[in-house]
Design a protein around this ligand. Structure first.
Ligand SMILES: Nc1ncnc2c1ncn2[C@@H]1O[C@H](COP(=O)(O)OP(=O)(O)OP(=O)(O)O)[C@@H](O)[C@H]1O
Ligand SMILES: [Mg+2]
Length: 392
Protein backbone atom coordinates (compact mmCIF):
# COMPACT_ATOMS: atom_id res chain seq x y z
CA UNK A 1 0.00 0.00 0.00
CA UNK A 2 1.59 3.17 -1.12
CA UNK A 3 0.28 6.68 -0.84
CA UNK A 4 -0.06 8.19 -4.33
CA UNK A 5 0.07 11.96 -4.90
CA UNK A 6 -0.46 13.29 -8.41
CA UNK A 7 0.40 16.91 -9.08
CA UNK A 8 -1.09 18.59 -12.11
CA UNK A 9 -2.06 22.08 -13.30
CA UNK A 10 -1.60 24.44 -16.20
CA UNK A 11 1.75 24.53 -18.02
CA UNK A 12 4.47 26.33 -16.10
CA UNK A 13 2.63 26.87 -12.79
CA UNK A 14 5.20 24.90 -10.81
CA UNK A 15 4.02 21.27 -10.89
CA UNK A 16 7.50 19.83 -11.16
CA UNK A 17 8.92 22.07 -8.43
CA UNK A 18 6.09 21.26 -6.03
CA UNK A 19 6.20 17.52 -6.80
CA UNK A 20 9.96 17.41 -6.31
CA UNK A 21 9.77 19.45 -3.09
CA UNK A 22 7.08 17.14 -1.71
CA UNK A 23 9.16 14.10 -2.64
CA UNK A 24 12.28 15.42 -0.91
CA UNK A 25 10.33 16.27 2.22
CA UNK A 26 8.70 12.82 2.27
CA UNK A 27 12.09 11.14 1.95
CA UNK A 28 13.57 13.28 4.71
CA UNK A 29 10.65 12.36 6.94
CA UNK A 30 11.56 8.72 6.46
CA UNK A 31 9.10 7.59 3.79
CA UNK A 32 10.54 5.50 1.00
CA UNK A 33 9.61 7.77 -1.87
CA UNK A 34 9.70 7.64 -5.65
CA UNK A 35 8.88 10.62 -7.81
CA UNK A 36 7.97 9.71 -11.37
CA UNK A 37 7.40 12.05 -14.28
CA UNK A 38 4.51 11.26 -16.63
CA UNK A 39 5.11 14.47 -18.55
CA UNK A 40 7.12 13.47 -21.59
CA UNK A 41 8.95 16.80 -21.36
CA UNK A 42 10.72 15.53 -18.26
CA UNK A 43 12.18 18.18 -16.01
CA UNK A 44 12.53 16.42 -12.68
CA UNK A 45 16.25 16.10 -13.28
CA UNK A 46 16.52 19.87 -13.63
CA UNK A 47 14.64 20.45 -10.39
CA UNK A 48 16.94 18.08 -8.48
CA UNK A 49 19.94 19.26 -10.46
CA UNK A 50 20.80 15.60 -10.98
CA UNK A 51 20.78 12.95 -13.67
CA UNK A 52 17.58 10.92 -13.53
CA UNK A 53 17.39 7.81 -15.65
CA UNK A 54 14.69 5.83 -17.38
CA UNK A 55 14.92 3.35 -14.51
CA UNK A 56 14.32 4.47 -10.91
CA UNK A 57 17.45 6.41 -9.93
CA UNK A 58 18.52 6.86 -6.34
CA UNK A 59 18.79 10.55 -5.47
CA UNK A 60 19.15 10.52 -1.69
CA UNK A 61 18.32 8.34 1.28
CA UNK A 62 14.78 7.03 0.77
CA UNK A 63 14.43 8.94 -2.49
CA UNK A 64 14.26 7.75 -6.08
CA UNK A 65 13.52 9.67 -9.25
CA UNK A 66 12.17 8.18 -12.47
CA UNK A 67 11.82 9.67 -15.94
CA UNK A 68 10.46 6.79 -18.03
CA UNK A 69 11.50 6.47 -21.61
CA UNK A 70 8.88 6.70 -24.31
CA UNK A 71 7.41 3.22 -24.83
CA UNK A 72 9.57 1.61 -22.18
CA UNK A 73 6.61 0.13 -20.40
CA UNK A 74 3.95 -0.18 -23.00
CA UNK A 75 5.96 -2.19 -25.49
CA UNK A 76 5.04 -5.51 -23.92
CA UNK A 77 1.34 -4.82 -24.38
CA UNK A 78 1.44 -2.64 -27.40
CA UNK A 79 3.96 -4.72 -29.34
CA UNK A 80 1.46 -7.39 -30.39
CA UNK A 81 -1.21 -4.87 -31.27
CA UNK A 82 1.28 -2.79 -33.18
CA UNK A 83 2.42 -5.81 -35.12
CA UNK A 84 -1.14 -6.37 -36.26
CA UNK A 85 -1.67 -2.77 -37.28
CA UNK A 86 1.64 -2.82 -39.12
CA UNK A 87 0.46 -5.99 -40.81
CA UNK A 88 -2.72 -4.26 -41.82
CA UNK A 89 -0.90 -1.33 -43.32
CA UNK A 90 1.78 -3.31 -45.10
CA UNK A 91 -0.89 -5.54 -46.50
CA UNK A 92 -2.29 -2.40 -48.11
CA UNK A 93 1.10 -1.98 -49.74
CA UNK A 94 2.41 0.73 -47.45
CA UNK A 95 6.08 0.19 -46.92
CA UNK A 96 7.07 -1.26 -43.60
CA UNK A 97 8.78 1.75 -42.07
CA UNK A 98 5.81 3.89 -42.85
CA UNK A 99 3.51 1.27 -41.37
CA UNK A 100 5.57 1.23 -38.17
CA UNK A 101 5.34 5.00 -37.91
CA UNK A 102 1.61 5.00 -38.32
CA UNK A 103 1.06 2.54 -35.50
CA UNK A 104 2.54 4.83 -32.88
CA UNK A 105 -0.66 6.36 -31.68
CA UNK A 106 -0.53 9.81 -30.15
CA UNK A 107 -0.73 9.60 -26.37
CA UNK A 108 0.73 6.09 -26.22
CA UNK A 109 3.98 7.35 -24.76
CA UNK A 110 2.28 9.08 -21.85
CA UNK A 111 0.03 6.12 -21.40
CA UNK A 112 3.10 3.98 -20.89
CA UNK A 113 4.39 6.26 -18.18
CA UNK A 114 1.02 6.17 -16.45
CA UNK A 115 1.30 2.39 -16.25
CA UNK A 116 4.46 2.83 -14.24
CA UNK A 117 2.36 4.13 -11.35
CA UNK A 118 0.77 0.71 -11.10
CA UNK A 119 4.12 -1.05 -11.45
CA UNK A 120 5.67 0.98 -8.63
CA UNK A 121 2.63 0.38 -6.49
CA UNK A 122 2.54 -3.38 -7.10
CA UNK A 123 6.23 -3.74 -6.37
CA UNK A 124 5.43 -2.79 -2.81
CA UNK A 125 8.75 -1.19 -1.97
CA UNK A 126 7.67 2.43 -1.78
CA UNK A 127 5.62 4.19 0.88
CA UNK A 128 4.93 7.16 -1.33
CA UNK A 129 4.61 7.53 -5.12
CA UNK A 130 4.63 11.11 -6.33
CA UNK A 131 3.59 11.83 -9.88
CA UNK A 132 4.80 14.90 -11.72
CA UNK A 133 2.07 14.87 -14.34
CA UNK A 134 1.68 16.64 -17.66
CA UNK A 135 -0.45 19.79 -17.88
CA UNK A 136 -4.08 19.17 -16.95
CA UNK A 137 -5.54 18.73 -20.43
CA UNK A 138 -3.23 15.88 -21.35
CA UNK A 139 -3.42 14.30 -17.94
CA UNK A 140 -7.20 14.33 -18.05
CA UNK A 141 -7.27 12.76 -21.46
CA UNK A 142 -5.13 9.95 -20.12
CA UNK A 143 -7.05 9.50 -16.92
CA UNK A 144 -10.30 9.24 -18.87
CA UNK A 145 -8.95 6.35 -20.93
CA UNK A 146 -9.52 3.53 -18.45
CA UNK A 147 -13.20 4.39 -18.49
CA UNK A 148 -13.35 3.76 -22.22
CA UNK A 149 -11.22 0.69 -21.64
CA UNK A 150 -13.81 -0.95 -19.42
CA UNK A 151 -16.35 -0.60 -22.16
CA UNK A 152 -14.04 -2.34 -24.62
CA UNK A 153 -13.17 -5.14 -22.24
CA UNK A 154 -16.77 -5.89 -21.37
CA UNK A 155 -18.39 -5.50 -24.76
CA UNK A 156 -16.15 -5.43 -27.75
CA UNK A 157 -13.41 -7.68 -26.41
CA UNK A 158 -15.45 -10.89 -26.07
CA UNK A 159 -17.34 -10.15 -29.25
CA UNK A 160 -14.19 -9.63 -31.24
CA UNK A 161 -12.68 -12.77 -29.80
CA UNK A 162 -15.62 -14.87 -30.79
CA UNK A 163 -15.64 -13.28 -34.18
CA UNK A 164 -11.99 -13.95 -34.78
CA UNK A 165 -12.30 -17.54 -33.55
CA UNK A 166 -15.30 -18.47 -35.61
CA UNK A 167 -15.05 -16.67 -38.82
CA UNK A 168 -11.65 -15.23 -39.47
CA UNK A 169 -10.94 -16.67 -42.92
CA UNK A 170 -14.48 -16.00 -44.01
CA UNK A 171 -14.51 -12.47 -42.65
CA UNK A 172 -11.21 -11.70 -44.29
CA UNK A 173 -12.58 -12.77 -47.63
CA UNK A 174 -15.74 -10.81 -47.00
CA UNK A 175 -14.37 -7.47 -45.80
CA UNK A 176 -11.01 -7.81 -47.44
CA UNK A 177 -8.74 -6.87 -44.55
CA UNK A 178 -6.81 -9.01 -42.09
CA UNK A 179 -8.88 -9.65 -38.97
CA UNK A 180 -6.84 -9.61 -35.76
CA UNK A 181 -6.26 -13.02 -34.22
CA UNK A 182 -6.79 -13.91 -30.59
CA UNK A 183 -3.32 -12.84 -29.54
CA UNK A 184 -4.12 -9.31 -30.58
CA UNK A 185 -7.31 -9.31 -28.57
CA UNK A 186 -5.51 -10.86 -25.61
CA UNK A 187 -2.82 -8.22 -25.72
CA UNK A 188 -5.42 -5.49 -25.97
CA UNK A 189 -7.29 -6.93 -23.03
CA UNK A 190 -4.14 -7.19 -20.96
CA UNK A 191 -3.30 -3.59 -21.72
CA UNK A 192 -6.78 -2.44 -20.85
CA UNK A 193 -6.86 -4.45 -17.64
CA UNK A 194 -3.60 -2.77 -16.67
CA UNK A 195 -5.12 0.63 -17.41
CA UNK A 196 -8.10 -0.28 -15.33
CA UNK A 197 -5.75 -1.08 -12.48
CA UNK A 198 -4.14 2.36 -12.77
CA UNK A 199 -7.60 3.91 -12.68
CA UNK A 200 -8.63 1.89 -9.64
CA UNK A 201 -5.49 2.93 -7.78
CA UNK A 202 -5.85 6.61 -8.62
CA UNK A 203 -9.56 6.60 -7.84
CA UNK A 204 -9.04 4.88 -4.49
CA UNK A 205 -9.64 7.55 -1.84
CA UNK A 206 -7.70 5.48 0.70
CA UNK A 207 -4.54 5.68 -1.44
CA UNK A 208 -4.54 8.53 -3.88
CA UNK A 209 -4.98 12.27 -4.07
CA UNK A 210 -4.82 14.62 -7.00
CA UNK A 211 -3.26 17.95 -6.07
CA UNK A 212 -3.89 20.93 -8.28
CA UNK A 213 -1.19 23.53 -8.67
CA UNK A 214 -2.18 27.00 -9.81
CA UNK A 215 -0.95 30.58 -9.90
CA UNK A 216 -3.16 33.50 -8.95
CA UNK A 217 -3.89 34.44 -12.54
CA UNK A 218 -7.18 34.23 -14.37
CA UNK A 219 -6.15 31.59 -16.93
CA UNK A 220 -4.50 29.28 -14.43
CA UNK A 221 -7.47 29.55 -12.05
CA UNK A 222 -9.95 28.84 -14.83
CA UNK A 223 -8.06 25.81 -15.98
CA UNK A 224 -7.77 24.52 -12.42
CA UNK A 225 -11.51 24.91 -11.91
CA UNK A 226 -12.35 23.03 -15.09
CA UNK A 227 -10.02 20.18 -14.27
CA UNK A 228 -11.33 20.11 -10.70
CA UNK A 229 -14.79 19.40 -12.14
CA UNK A 230 -13.50 16.64 -14.40
CA UNK A 231 -11.48 14.98 -11.66
CA UNK A 232 -14.70 14.83 -9.67
CA UNK A 233 -16.53 13.49 -12.67
CA UNK A 234 -14.08 10.63 -13.03
CA UNK A 235 -13.92 10.02 -9.31
CA UNK A 236 -10.30 10.99 -8.78
CA UNK A 237 -10.15 12.45 -5.27
CA UNK A 238 -8.57 15.89 -4.91
CA UNK A 239 -7.25 16.84 -1.50
CA UNK A 240 -5.27 20.06 -1.98
CA UNK A 241 -4.95 23.13 -4.15
CA UNK A 242 -1.42 24.54 -4.14
CA UNK A 243 -1.37 28.21 -4.89
CA UNK A 244 2.18 28.73 -6.09
CA UNK A 245 4.26 31.88 -6.60
CA UNK A 246 2.33 34.26 -4.37
CA UNK A 247 4.29 37.53 -4.33
CA UNK A 248 5.44 38.42 -0.82
CA UNK A 249 4.85 41.87 0.63
CA UNK A 250 8.40 43.15 0.20
CA UNK A 251 8.69 42.89 -3.58
CA UNK A 252 8.76 46.65 -4.13
CA UNK A 253 6.49 49.09 -5.96
CA UNK A 254 7.08 47.63 -9.37
CA UNK A 255 5.09 44.51 -8.47
CA UNK A 256 2.37 46.34 -6.52
CA UNK A 257 -0.18 45.80 -9.32
CA UNK A 258 0.54 42.08 -9.46
CA UNK A 259 0.41 41.77 -5.70
CA UNK A 260 -2.94 43.56 -5.52
CA UNK A 261 -4.39 41.34 -8.22
CA UNK A 262 -3.14 38.19 -6.48
CA UNK A 263 -4.48 39.30 -3.10
CA UNK A 264 -7.86 39.97 -4.71
CA UNK A 265 -7.94 36.49 -6.27
CA UNK A 266 -6.85 34.63 -3.14
CA UNK A 267 -10.14 34.66 -1.16
CA UNK A 268 -12.14 34.03 -4.34
CA UNK A 269 -10.07 30.96 -5.15
CA UNK A 270 -10.22 29.76 -1.57
CA UNK A 271 -13.98 29.92 -1.58
CA UNK A 272 -14.28 28.37 -5.02
CA UNK A 273 -12.43 25.17 -4.12
CA UNK A 274 -13.77 24.84 -0.60
CA UNK A 275 -13.99 22.45 1.20
CA UNK A 276 -10.74 21.34 -0.49
CA UNK A 277 -8.09 23.47 1.25
CA UNK A 278 -5.80 25.96 -0.43
CA UNK A 279 -2.08 26.23 0.37
CA UNK A 280 -0.40 29.47 -0.68
CA UNK A 281 3.34 29.28 -1.40
CA UNK A 282 5.43 32.42 -1.89
CA UNK A 283 7.41 33.28 -4.97
CA UNK A 284 10.98 32.43 -4.01
CA UNK A 285 13.94 34.69 -4.65
CA UNK A 286 15.38 32.40 -7.29
CA UNK A 287 14.29 29.45 -9.40
CA UNK A 288 13.68 26.17 -7.65
CA UNK A 289 16.75 24.16 -8.61
CA UNK A 290 18.69 21.86 -6.32
CA UNK A 291 17.99 20.38 -2.94
CA UNK A 292 18.37 23.54 -0.87
CA UNK A 293 15.63 25.32 -2.77
CA UNK A 294 13.41 22.25 -2.90
CA UNK A 295 13.79 21.84 0.84
CA UNK A 296 12.80 25.47 1.34
CA UNK A 297 9.76 25.08 -0.92
CA UNK A 298 8.75 21.90 0.91
CA UNK A 299 9.00 23.64 4.26
CA UNK A 300 6.91 26.58 3.05
CA UNK A 301 4.31 24.16 1.71
CA UNK A 302 3.89 21.78 4.59
CA UNK A 303 5.70 23.32 7.58
CA UNK A 304 5.87 20.71 10.32
CA UNK A 305 2.85 18.95 8.83
CA UNK A 306 2.81 15.56 7.15
CA UNK A 307 3.00 15.95 3.35
CA UNK A 308 1.10 12.71 2.76
CA UNK A 309 -1.79 13.59 5.01
CA UNK A 310 -5.23 13.49 3.41
CA UNK A 311 -5.99 17.20 3.50
CA UNK A 312 -9.51 16.54 2.40
CA UNK A 313 -11.54 13.36 2.18
CA UNK A 314 -14.45 13.72 -0.16
CA UNK A 315 -16.41 10.89 -1.60
CA UNK A 316 -16.69 10.75 -5.39
CA UNK A 317 -20.39 10.02 -5.16
CA UNK A 318 -22.77 8.70 -2.60
CA UNK A 319 -26.16 7.10 -2.53
CA UNK A 320 -28.62 7.83 0.26
CA UNK A 321 -32.16 6.78 0.97
CA UNK A 322 -34.63 9.49 0.09
CA UNK A 323 -38.17 8.74 1.22
CA UNK A 324 -38.95 5.42 -0.40
CA UNK A 325 -36.44 5.98 -3.21
CA UNK A 326 -32.74 6.82 -3.42
CA UNK A 327 -30.71 9.91 -4.09
CA UNK A 328 -27.35 9.68 -5.83
CA UNK A 329 -25.19 12.76 -5.19
CA UNK A 330 -22.06 13.58 -7.13
CA UNK A 331 -20.00 16.69 -6.47
CA UNK A 332 -19.65 18.61 -9.74
CA UNK A 333 -18.25 21.99 -8.76
CA UNK A 334 -18.41 24.88 -11.23
CA UNK A 335 -21.14 23.20 -13.23
CA UNK A 336 -24.74 24.16 -13.97
CA UNK A 337 -27.57 21.72 -14.65
CA UNK A 338 -27.60 22.74 -18.34
CA UNK A 339 -24.04 21.60 -18.77
CA UNK A 340 -24.78 18.09 -17.57
CA UNK A 341 -26.27 15.51 -19.89
CA UNK A 342 -27.58 12.37 -18.33
CA UNK A 343 -28.66 9.13 -19.84
CA UNK A 344 -29.39 5.73 -18.45
CA UNK A 345 -28.56 2.36 -19.99
CA UNK A 346 -29.58 -0.48 -17.70
CA UNK A 347 -27.13 -0.53 -14.82
CA UNK A 348 -25.15 2.40 -16.17
CA UNK A 349 -25.62 6.09 -15.70
CA UNK A 350 -23.89 8.08 -18.42
CA UNK A 351 -22.83 11.59 -17.44
CA UNK A 352 -21.58 14.04 -19.97
CA UNK A 353 -20.08 17.37 -18.91
CA UNK A 354 -18.58 19.40 -21.74
CA UNK A 355 -16.50 17.07 -23.85
CA UNK A 356 -16.07 14.55 -21.04
CA UNK A 357 -18.17 11.52 -20.58
CA UNK A 358 -18.26 9.19 -17.64
CA UNK A 359 -20.10 5.93 -17.30
CA UNK A 360 -21.02 5.27 -13.69
CA UNK A 361 -21.74 1.69 -12.88
CA UNK A 362 -24.71 1.93 -10.54
CA UNK A 363 -24.62 0.23 -7.17
CA UNK A 364 -26.76 -2.86 -6.76
CA UNK A 365 -29.55 -1.08 -4.94
CA UNK A 366 -30.17 1.15 -7.95
CA UNK A 367 -29.97 -1.36 -10.77
CA UNK A 368 -33.70 -2.09 -10.81
CA UNK A 369 -34.71 1.49 -9.98
CA UNK A 370 -35.83 3.99 -12.59
CA UNK A 371 -34.25 7.42 -12.80
CA UNK A 372 -36.75 10.10 -11.91
CA UNK A 373 -34.92 13.29 -12.63
CA UNK A 374 -31.88 15.29 -11.68
CA UNK A 375 -30.99 18.74 -10.40
CA UNK A 376 -27.95 20.68 -9.29
CA UNK A 377 -27.85 21.64 -5.67
CA UNK A 378 -24.95 23.73 -4.45
CA UNK A 379 -22.36 22.25 -6.81
CA UNK A 380 -23.71 18.77 -6.31
CA UNK A 381 -25.62 16.78 -8.90
CA UNK A 382 -28.59 14.97 -7.36
CA UNK A 383 -30.18 12.15 -9.27
CA UNK A 384 -33.38 10.66 -7.90
CA UNK A 385 -34.25 6.99 -8.28
CA UNK A 386 -37.67 5.43 -7.74
CA UNK A 387 -37.95 2.50 -5.36
CA UNK A 388 -36.67 -0.63 -7.07
CA UNK A 389 -39.75 -2.85 -6.51
CA UNK A 390 -42.30 -0.54 -8.02
CA UNK A 391 -40.32 0.07 -11.18
CA UNK A 392 -40.10 -3.58 -12.14
N1 LIG B 1 7.52 29.23 -5.74
C1 LIG B 1 8.38 29.50 -6.73
N2 LIG B 1 9.24 30.54 -6.63
C2 LIG B 1 10.12 30.83 -7.61
N3 LIG B 1 10.24 30.12 -8.74
C3 LIG B 1 9.43 29.07 -8.91
C4 LIG B 1 8.46 28.69 -7.92
N4 LIG B 1 7.82 27.60 -8.37
C5 LIG B 1 8.33 27.31 -9.57
N5 LIG B 1 9.31 28.18 -9.91
C6 LIG B 1 10.11 28.22 -11.15
O1 LIG B 1 9.22 28.37 -12.23
C7 LIG B 1 9.63 27.60 -13.36
C8 LIG B 1 8.54 26.62 -13.77
O2 LIG B 1 8.33 25.71 -12.71
P1 LIG B 1 8.07 24.16 -12.96
O3 LIG B 1 9.00 23.62 -13.98
O4 LIG B 1 8.01 23.51 -11.64
O5 LIG B 1 6.59 24.28 -13.58
P2 LIG B 1 5.75 23.14 -14.30
O6 LIG B 1 4.33 23.44 -13.98
O7 LIG B 1 6.27 21.80 -13.95
O8 LIG B 1 6.04 23.47 -15.81
P3 LIG B 1 5.74 22.53 -17.10
O9 LIG B 1 4.27 22.71 -17.39
O10 LIG B 1 6.61 23.09 -18.14
O11 LIG B 1 6.08 21.13 -16.69
C9 LIG B 1 10.91 26.92 -12.96
O12 LIG B 1 12.01 27.68 -13.38
C10 LIG B 1 10.84 26.90 -11.42
O13 LIG B 1 12.13 26.90 -10.85
MG1 LIG C 1 6.91 20.19 -15.19
Amino acid sequence: MARILLYTGKGGVGKTSVAAATALLCAERGYRTIVVSTDMAHSLGDAFDAEIGSEPTKLADNLWGHEPEVFSNIEKYWGTIQAYVADLFSWRALDEVMAEEMTILPGMDELGSLLWIADHHDQGIYDVIIVDAAPTGETLRLLALPEAARWWVERIGPLGKRMSRLGRPMLERLIGVPVPDERVFDATERLLARLRHVHDLLADPKLSSVRLVLNLERVAINEAQRSFTYFHLYGYPTDLVVCNRVLPRDTGDYFQGWRDAQQAYLPVVEEAFAPVPLRPVPHLESEVVGRERLRELGRLLFGQGDPIEFFYRGRPYQVNRDGDGFLLSLELPFTTRDEVELSRHGDELVLQVGGWRRTLLLPRALVGATTQGARMDNGSLQVRFAPAERSR
